[in-house]
Design a protein around this ligand. Sequence first.
Ligand code: NAP
Length: 296
Amino acid sequence: MDMMACAFEQGVTFFDNAESYALGESERLMGRALQRLGWPRDRFCVSSKVFFGSVPHPAPTQRGLSRKHLIEACNQSLSRLQLDYLDLFFCHRPDPETPIEEIVTTMQRLITQGKILYWGTSEWPASLIETALRVARERQAEPPVMEQPQYNLLVRKRVEEEYRALCQSFGLGLTTWSPLASGVLTGKYASGEASSAEGGRLRLPGYEWLGAQLDSESGARELEASRKLLALARDRDAKPSQLAIAWCLSNPHVSSVILGASRKSQLLENLSALEWVRHMTPELKAEIEALCPNPL
Ligand SMILES: NC(=O)c1ccc[n+]([C@@H]2O[C@H](COP(=O)([O-])OP(=O)(O)OC[C@H]3O[C@@H](n4cnc5c(N)ncnc54)[C@H](OP(=O)(O)O)[C@@H]3O)[C@@H](O)[C@H]2O)c1
């Protein structure tokens, strides 16, 4: 609750969630926090995402994007969040087992019922988003209006290449995730600071993949990039996190950068990246991009 209060005081208005985060516990926690904070409903936006389910080992009826699960997942998220409606509702992944017509018409139904305001996708291929846009147009239904892709200095291709035409032609908005690549771009893994930090994502159940990634060949290249970003930031009297986040925000197709800070100090440092957006000249961007192990 303190983190949400701090974010709100600093001007943050959008809070992201999903049915699958801690199997629904993340939504319950956010719901209790929103009750206690008592903000007027027109001052903040909350999203949820549907696909993975909210129970361990979900049955086929408890996951995916079928009409049944979309409707039940939406009702369950609203109940856990103690809200009357979701501002944004994302299809967390594509579901090859559900026809796109069924997804579009069910989202239309949820909008008509006032349970969601907008719907979108997360990590869908551009071709499938285009199909959903076409089907929505044919059926005079509300189209998907936002995508939630990973976007950071280490993962760029989808946002900068695959979605570019959709952003330009349809005004698709991007609420991007992992601006710091799970903390790698803060330089703390390269400097060894992370191993001495209390708590931390490396020790969290469910994040075993992060340790494995850092130990891999591509992880070594990413750590090298984060070391170089640390040096560049020192030269500029900045923090690597500020440069990494401001770089994401400087892409005009990015509507929002979803921060994943786990402490108030991290949150405040990350929000201070806003000051660096106006310093993100083409020269500085080029210098930062030259550090990337995966250039476009
Ligand atoms: N749609 C999707 O499929 C999808 C997937 C993943 C995430 N998301 C959304 O995106 C959000 C953000 O993703 P993310 O958590 O991966 O974002 P991130 O900002 O790249 O990583 C957050 C982690 O980085 C570390 N960190 C953050 N700020 C720091 C700082 N200033 N100094 C040092 N370390 C710092 C913290 O790790 P420690 O805890 O180790 O300190 C924190 O847990 C998620 O909460 C979720 O809402 C969506």
